[in-house]
Structure formats: structure tokens, C-alpha cells
Design a protein around this ligand. Sequence first.
Ligand code: F6R
Length: 365
Amino acid sequence: EKGGYPHFMLKEIYEQPKAIHDTVQIYLNKDGSVNFKDLGWTEDCFDDIDHILITACGTAYHAGLVAKHYIERFVRIPVSVEIASEYRYSNPLTTSKTLCIVVSQSGETIDTLAALKEAKRLGAKSLAVTNSISSSIARESDNVIYTMAGPEIAVASTKAYTTQLVALLLLALYMGQLRKTVKPELVKEITDALKDLPKQIEKVLKENDYMAEVAERLIKAHDIFYLGRSIDYAIAMEGALKLKEVSYIHAEAYAAGELKHGTLALITEDTPVIAVATQDNVSSKMYSNIEEVRARGAEVLGIGYEDDAEIGKYTTETVRIPRVDPFIAPILSVIPMQLLAYYTSIKRGNNVDKPRNLAKSVTVE
Ligand code: F6R
């Protein structure tokens, strides 16, 4: 059942090229435009929408944080991303002009379902992004789009997350296409890159042995910091969560520019740092942040593009991903972090597929 892999988590990490291929191909037209025709959306259907709310839990919430960048860039409607268990008790300002997008692999997470019901009660239109056909969340939502990840068994989400990023990017492009807030040429450029993505992921998976080696050096750490800016900050949050849940090492993600407002006090030679640097508009700022933590003695594993000649000047070592559009980069940069979490967990002797205290689908509040 594990197809020759020692654990489901590793198997599912390696299934990402296929899962992404399957998710991309069902939503594309031959001309490279995006098609979610089952939604029945029309050009004018966003005229009454002034706010998009994304709500979810855990890893799915992290996918929502990336999607905010996608939607605001391509659709030009303000997006807020809320943790589902916080949203419903926050007396929210949701109205009939809100589109509520819920993201849930299982489609059964009770907090996400309750948030969806609350948004609907307040008049919002709703759309679910889920991996589970006929799940409670799929049934409760006005519209549904599916990720084609296939069954995910390991408690730590990997392929469900990357397919959520793909589905949400396609969704943002589709909405932009309808609203004419994105040029068809740009849509085609990005969808072409998405078609190529499974191959690029195969390349990143070749870093497997290197990540196992880095993990060996991290197993004694008590605290590990993950830094990034912009979309890389959202990805850093996912990297830190993955490490925490399977390795039981404390990890924290920080918006790199925010470090010096307090957290820099915690950085010493005993706090390894993972620094993600794929967003070109902030890369020079990111390099200075890496220098800041190096100056406090921290060792830094950078995650950067293969043609980035700069990053290696600042990091202790660097894992490379192929050069892709910065919107697509998170789908590649998260993979070394998944592998790192996996190897740190097994080297510490943990039950990587079933970490302590956790359940795959959280159906209690
Ligand atoms: C972390 C993880 C959880 C889930 C969260 C939401 O690896 O898997 O954080 O993402 O419990 O689950 P779904 O997506 O099923 O609603």
C-alpha cells in the first residue's frame, strides 16, 4: 500500500508531480486559458463582490495565505484570510458582498464547516476547495472545486497542500480572466509554467539525500526559525508547521523584516534558520535579513533559485530550486521543507505518519 516507500508521508511527497499534473490538466483549455466551467460563473458575477474571505485551518490556512497574494494580484479584490476557529467567534463583517472561500483537504474539519455556515448565514456566497468529493464542506458550499491529490494518509499534509496552491492559483487566474484584470498572455504564461511544474518538482525531489543530510544536523536543535517575505513568509509558516508536527522540534516562522522588532533577541548559534528567498521584489531585503541572523551566529540554510548567484554569499548553505515565476516558486520551495521535516522526524525515531496527539481529520471543536 505504501508502494515501496517506508512511510506514507514520503510516498505522498513523491506523488506531488502526478497530483499537480492531474489538478492542472482538468482546469485548462487547449489555448492555455483556465476553465472552471462547472462553477457557472459569468463576467459580471463579481460586480457585487467587494471582499473575498478565505477561511481554513492549519496547512489549508497556509494555502489561503498564499492565495491572498494570487487573488489580490490577478483579481484586484481585497482578500482577508482567517483561521476558521477564530473567524466564527469574531463577530465578522461578512455581508452579501463577500465571497467566502473555504479550503479543506478532508472537507470534514468542523471548524472550517462552522465558519462556512457562519459566512453563509451572514449572506456570503461560498466556494469550497477540497480534496474530498461529497464531503460535508463540499455539500454545504454553493460551489466546489476539487484538488486531485488522491487519498492522503499521512497526518502531515503534503500533496494536498501543493495541489491547493495550484487550484487556488488557477482559480485566481480564472476570476481575473472573467473580470479582465489579467491579460490572456500572462494567463497563458503561468498556465504553461504550471504544465511544466511536475518536471520541475521531479528536479527538486532529487535534493532528497541532501535534505536527509541537513536533517541529521538539525535533530538536536531546540528551536528553528523559518524566515521569508511576502509569499515566502506564508511558505515559511507551512515549513515550520510541518517540522513541528512530525519532528516535535519547536519551530517558528517569521516575516523576515519583523525580526528586529523583537525576535532577533532569540537568535544565537544554537538556533538554525531556514531562509526562503524566491520573491525577486524583496530579495535584497531578504539577503540583509540573512546577514543579520548570521551576525548573531546562526547557521542558515537558504532556499533559492539555481541561478541566484547572490544568496550563497550570505547563507551557510543553500538548496536550489529551478527558476520559475515567483507565483509558482512556493510550490517548489516547500518541497525541501517537507523533506526536511520528514527526515528530522524519522531520525528522531518518531512515528512520522501518525505524530503524537494529532488526527488526520479534526471533527471536534
Ligand atoms: C498539517 C495538517 C493540518 C490540516 C488541518 C486542516 O499537516 O494536515 O493542519 O491542514 O487540520 O485539515 P483539512 O484540510 O482537512 O480541513
